[in-house]
Design a binder for this molecule. Structure first.
Ligand code: HAM
Length: 428
């Protein structure tokens, strides 16, 4: 037997097929994002999946887990190192610097698409995952931070979320952060023996990331450590205070989490995450923050910016019931032939129903009416439309409601009005 015959294709570990009916949920969430973000003046951007590896090294940072351990990098045919994007902010910053710098500022952009990180797959963590993100480029003031957070909450509320926790912090500007790194190092170095291996390594490379630890012993050690908040420059402190005032003023609930530093190096000042109790504390649904130096770093003019990315896979895992129902409700009609009615008549009726603004799925195979009705029911469709010689002669259709079992007649001449009245008027 050839090896080809025994090959059973499978998806790559950590990379999933998104299948119906769940894809309806994905589409619903994406449409909600487009609608809500559109109201805030955001326009869509689509950047390539592959970028030069150097872009991520310079932006996300060489010492981060994402770049150091998790990137899918490869040499192209000329030996140039390319990477599948592990996130999209670097790409958006590059695209802005390359193409959009002449546009009036601020430029408001959003994106929806897959990202790739070689992580250990588990619930809420995949190697190909999906983000909806937004970036506000060209304004450095705290009111832009507030508007972005308001947009995020407006989106989450539109999906029916009520119990999410927003955590906010500031990592200051580069000079306050450097000052703080020195103080933190001075505090931790004499206690290095109490740190785990990862944190000891970070002590040299990126001590701020130690604050992010999940290890109880390290958390305890850090309780007495100097606080970043106390190393802030006057400007950074005011920026953060103004943001908090704006969130208070607009009724946004949040908590200050002064150990929140985020796993990407480009952040300055405001950082935030949104977590869901039902996903577990390690799994943030949204992460974001300000990155005032990134665009210059990738070759653009000095341009402050802020943004966030929502982990779509995680968001959908905890999507409230109401949004699930709204997304999967099948509003279509299943058109079933009675007897040996001509399939051409069925095709014509299908077009009439669609032209009247409804979804029609036709039973075109030659199965019995019973089988066809069972298929419709199993698809979760509520309404079947029956068309036989009798209906054809009278210019009518018979509408069957699977939920109540009732049958009613509608006029084909007034199909839109009749279907609208019958379907919308039916008890839920
Ligand atoms: P991030 O925190 O690395 O930030 O990712 C944002 C969100 O993507 C996370 O909160 C999480 O929901 C989701 N995510 C990350 N990794 C995985 C994974 N392996 N599986 C499933 N979901 C995952 C960024 O990516 C920044 N670009 C956010 C940003 C935009 N900052 C400023 N602008």
């Amino acid at each position: 037997m050839s090896s080809a015959a025994s090959y059973r294709a499978r998806s790559v570990k950590g990379m999933r097929d998104l299948l119906p009916p769940a894809t309806a949920l994905w589409a619903h969430v994406e449409e909600t994002a487009r609608r809500v973000f559109g109201r805030y003046g955001y326009e869509e951007i689509r950047t390539p999946i592959v970028e030069e590896t150097e872009l991520f090294v310079r932006s996300v940072g060489a010492t981060t887990d994402i770049v150091g351990k998790e990137m899918y990098s490869f040499a192209d045919k000329k030996g140039k190192s390319l990477s599948l994007r592990p996130e999209a902010t670097a790409s958006v910053a590059r695209a802005f610097a390359e193409h959009l710098r002449e546009r009036p500022l601020p430029v408001r952009l959003f994106y929806i698409g897959p990202q790739f990180r070689y992580e250990r797959p588990q619930r809420g963590r995949y190697r190909q995952f999906h983000q909806i993100g937004a970036e506000l480029i060209g304004d450095g003031g705290p009111w832009s931070d507030a508007e972005l957070v308001l947009m995020l909450f407006s989106f989450l509320r539109a999906l029916g979320f009520a119990d999410l926790r927003a955590l906010v912090n500031t990592v200051g500007d580069p000079s306050s952060r450097e000052a703080y790194k020195k103080r933190l190092r001075a505090y931790l170095e004499p206690r290095a023996a109490e740190l785990g291996e990862d944190s000891r390594r970070r002590l040299d490379t990126n001590p701020l990331r130690i604050l992010d630890t999940k290890k109880p012993a390290e958390i305890e050690l850090l309780a007495q450590a100097p606080r970043l908040m106390d190393s802030l420059s006057e400007e950074s402190r005011c920026h953060f205070q103004d943001l908090l005032r704006a969130l208070d003023g607009c009724g946004v609930e949040y908590e200050i989490e002064d150990r929140l530093v985020r796993g990407l190096d480009y952040y300055t000042r405001t950082v935030f995450e949104i977590v869901s109790p039902s996903l577990g504390a390690q799994n943030a649904i949204v992460g974001g923050g300000r990155y005032d130096d990134l665009i210059e770093e990738v070759g653009g003019p000095p341009t402050p910016a802020i943004g966030f990315a929502i982990g779509l896979d995680r968001l959908i895992e905890v999507l409230p019931q109401a949004a699930r129902r709204a997304a999967v409700e099948v509003t279509g009609l299943y058109v079933v032939p009675v007897g040996d009615i001509s399939r051409i008549e069925l095709l014509r009726l299908g077009e009439e129903i669609r032209n009247a603004g409804f979804t029609a799925m036709l039973e075109l195979s030659s199965v019995s009416m019973r089988t066809a009705l069972r298929r419709a029911d199993r698809l979760g469709v509520r309404w079947a439309v029956l068309l036989g010689e009798e209906e054809l002669g009278r210019g009518t259709i018979t509408l069957k409601d699977f939920r109540s079992g009732e049958q009613t007649t509608a006029e084909r001449k007034a199909l839109g009005a009749d279907l609208g009245r019958l379907i919308q008027g039916a008890s839920p």
